[in-house]
Design a protein around this ligand. Structure first.
Ligand code: HEC
Ligand code: HEC
Length: 196
């Protein structure tokens, strides 16, 4: 359902992209506008399906766009979108979004009991790399806490079924965690969705 809606809005985005690309050397900000329709103003997403880009590290943003472009990371639409930009444009957008303040989407519904359990799991298995609930751009690892809940759900599922590669040490921790608690991912999604 959600993925269908997202695909429909991709058509609109493609139109926007073409109009921007026909200008000579669009600025980083102008390039960023083409992302705003889905990712929110300056990359601060307000919905619960599409991730925020604001405040992610430059390295992470470039890595994500390259992985989408090269079909190394599964996606509903970003694969198509990423193919429309040059390396320079990607770098320029990455520095634009990296310069925005980290955005926490705190208006999502979540299950408080699961969120508390998720906080413990995060501390135990994930916090060595994802410090401060994953809100520290220095981690170079994406935003976890306060990011869109559905996106987090799909992302964790993609890691779990292997359609997105995890760093080796993260994979180990995931495996260990899921062995102990098969419902761990659902708890983490609620913890991150709580924005705490
Ligand atoms: C039509 C809606 C749409 C537009 C326009 C769009 N995105 Fe996305 N973006 C998504 C969706 C949905 C995802 C989740 C992956 C997927 O399913 O494609 C995503 C994921 C991402 C991610 C991964 C974030 C993370 O935390 O790992 C990055 C980076 C990204 N987009 C960058 C951009 C940039 C830069 C632009 C503008 C050039 C852009 N997107 C335009 C919908 C969009
Ligand atoms: C050894 C360090 C390490 C550990 C431990 C680790 N991660 Fe990660 N994580 C990373 C790195 C690095 C990335 C970025 C991978 C990429 O660029 O695709 C990442 C990416 C992610 C993402 C994607 C974020 C986004 O915006 O798309 C999620 C979700 C995530 N990790 C969750 C977890 C969870 C949950 C745990 C604990 C069970 C965990 N990680 C443990 C290093 C780690």
């Amino acid at each position: 359902m959600i993925r269908n809606t997202i695909t429909k809005s991709a058509l609109l985005a493609t139109g926007l992209m073409l109009s921007v690309q026909s200008l000579a050397e669009p600025s980083a900000e102008a390039l960023g506008y083409t992302c705003a329709g889905c990712h929110g103003t300056n990359g601060a997403s307000t919905g619960n399906a599409i991730p925020s880009l604001a405040g992610l590290s430059e390295g992470y943003l470039i890595g994500a766009m390259n992985a989408y472009r090269d079909d190394e990371r599964s996606s509903t639409i970003m694969g198509r979108i990423a193919k429309g930009y040059t390396e320079e444009q990607i770098e320029s957008m990455a520095s634009f979004f990296a310069a925005q303040p980290v955005h926490s989407n705190i208006n999502q519904k979540y299950d408080a009991t699961k969120a508390r359990a998720g906080a413990k799991l995060h501390d135990k298995y994930c916090s060595s790399c994802h410090t401060a609930g994953g809100t520290d751009p220095e981690d170079d690892a994406g935003l976890l806490s306060g990011n869109s809940k559905l996106f987090m759900k799909y992302t964790l599922a993609d890691f779990h079924d292997g359609s997105r590669d995890m760093p080796k040490r993260m994979k180990k921790k995931m495996k260990k965690m899921l062995k102990k608690d098969p419902d761990a991912l659902g708890k983490l999604v609620n913890y991150y969705g709580s924005g705490k």
